[in-house]
Design a protein around this ligand. Structure first.
Ligand code: PAZ
Length: 379
């Protein structure tokens, strides 16, 4: 939370307005530079589609909610972008082209190893006095760091040379939402070869354009109350309209571990995508849980109940179907059974490997396999 001390309170409204995805995009202004970013994504997806490469969109970092349109203050969250930046590296290693949609100034693939707070890059460097006639000292990497640096640098140079990493930044939740919707379109041309890996920590609340103060909020009142509205759940249109063929992975973060599995199941049931990765705030770097349906749907999972032939649910092995009402609309919904798989660093065999193993390596190994099956199921 990036609020100065003199702002005592921010209240989320108890009865917030409900923006549907549609009304959100009808009423909230698109960010500047949207078209240019989307053009870059389109060119990138086209290039890799033509050679049949798998492409993953990795979202990463937190989103801000500006309190003023000439923004001095904003609400923020804890996410540093470690999950997204680390995962992007392992996706590249696994042969994917990566669109890295990240919060500005959060961690980035490769450079994240030398973030200013954990491992400052300048500490690696040594000045060596010149022995040559020009008298210029040179800068070298201290020998004790080179063994670690070389593979990182090699992977970075490979991604640059091959053009397999495209980085697109956002800052506010509004920018994030517009970008996600716009990027889903060019990505839909990839069909099942496209994956969405939604690791960003997206704000659940926002201030609509008509509630945001234009200028810096003055502190002379001594208190500040804000009524915030709920951010629409864009996962549903992503899965059902914007990109129905993509393999879609969302993350669920909780601080009460008991909620992880029920909330992950509820998300699967509600949005109909392929996989939820649950993680506890404090254990997220060494333990996650994969929650998925036992029986993977082929095609969309929730189908509007419009006509008889519209039950385009699940292909050959359709499980029993129940009728439910969702957001005022009648839908068919399969009676679902779920499976959970815990991934824990403590259980990973080291096989003689030295050094740290990152949980993202294990996550991506599991995902590549599932994504291959998703692609194969359509053929
Ligand atoms: O960015 P980070 O590595 O510090 O944290 C990653 C994370 C916890 C934000 C991510 O794993 C996640 O759970 N994202 C989704 C959060 C949510 O909307 O529930």
């Amino acid at each position: 939370m990036s609020l100065p001390q003199h702002i005592p309170q921010v209240h989320a409204a108890s009865s917030s307005n409900q923006f549907s995805t549609e009304s959100y995009f009808q009423t909230q202004r698109p960010p500047t530079g949207l078209d240019e970013k989307v053009n870059r994504v389109t060119a990138f997806s086209d290039k890799w589609r033509q050679v049949g490469k798998k492409v993953v969109l990795v979202t990463s970092g937190g989103t801000t909610v500006p309190l003023e349109s000439n923004t001095v203050r904003f609400l923020d969250n804890f996410s540093a972008g470690t999950r997204g930046a680390t995962s992007a590296e392992y996706f590249l290693k696994a042969g994917y082209a990566v669109i890295f949609l990240h919060r500005l100034h959060s961690l980035r693939p490769f450079s994240r190893h030398y973030s200013h707070s954990l491992n400052p890059f300048l500490d690696l460097l040594t000045i060596t006095e010149s022995t040559s006639p020009d008298g210029q000292p040179s800068v070298t990497v201290d020998k004790k760091y080179t063994a670690t640096l070389i593979p990182i640098l090699q992977a970075y140079h490979t991604a640059r040379a091959q053009g397999t990493l495209l980085s697109i930044d956002f800052q506010t939740v509004n920018e994030y939402l517009w970008l996600l919707r716009a990027i889903a379109k060019p990505m839909s041309t990839l069909g099942r070869k496209g994956m969405f890996y939604l690791a960003a920590a997206v704000s659940d609340f926002f201030l609509p354009d008509d509630k945001v103060a234009e200028h810096k909020i003055q502190s002379n009142k001594g208190t500040l109350s804000l009524e915030m509205d709920q951010v629409p759940k864009v996962l549903r249109p992503l899965v059902q309209e914007w990109n129905p063929e993509g393999y879609i992975v969302s993350f669920k973060l909780e601080t009460d571990q008991a909620l992880l599995i029920p909330k992950s199941r509820a998300a699967l049931s509600r949005y109909g995508h392929q996989l939820v990765i649950g993680n506890d705030l404090h254990k997220r770097k060494y333990e996650v849980v994969f929650v998925e349906r036992k029986q993977q749907p082929i095609g969309g999972i929730l189908a509007p109940r419009k006509g008889k032939g519209d039950q385009r649910l699940l292909g050959a092995e359709t499980p029993p179907v129940a009728e439910i009402e969702l957001d005022g609309e009648k839908m068919f919904k399969p009676v679902e059974e779920y499976s959970e798989k815990w991934l824990r660093l403590a259980d990973v065999p080291r096989d003689g490997r030295e050094g740290e193993i990152e949980i993202e390596e294990v996550i991506i190994q599991e995902l590549v396999d599932r994504h291959e099956k998703w692609i194969a199921a359509a053929q």
